[in-house]
Ligand binder design. Sequence first.
Ligand SMILES: [Zn+2]
Length: 114
Amino acid sequence: MTKLAGTKTWADRWGVTGDSGTEYVVSRKDDGSWACSCPAWKFHKAPRPNCKHIDRLLLELAGFERQPTVVQPTVVRPQIAPPRAPVAQQHIPVINLGAMAELARLRVRKFREA
Ligand SMILES: [Zn+2]
């Protein structure tokens, strides 16, 4: 956003770049009312809610810089090992039901062979 020179009607004016890259002028009157030059605001019936440019400017004026989009970490689900999974996979620090079943099966077999 860029601070612009005020006018008689509009005490404070800022240039705010919209998502499409178009710059809109957000203005504030002395009485505290806001206006924006974007079509969404201009063509909205009164009482007009703040458009996203006004909201963005208010947030920035309040000291909240626009945060970059946070990339959510991908949730990795533990894989249930197939029934024939090698025993070496048992160190995986998740409850590996397939491997546990395999281990139990091997133990039973060992017991029977003993
Ligand atoms: Zn707007």
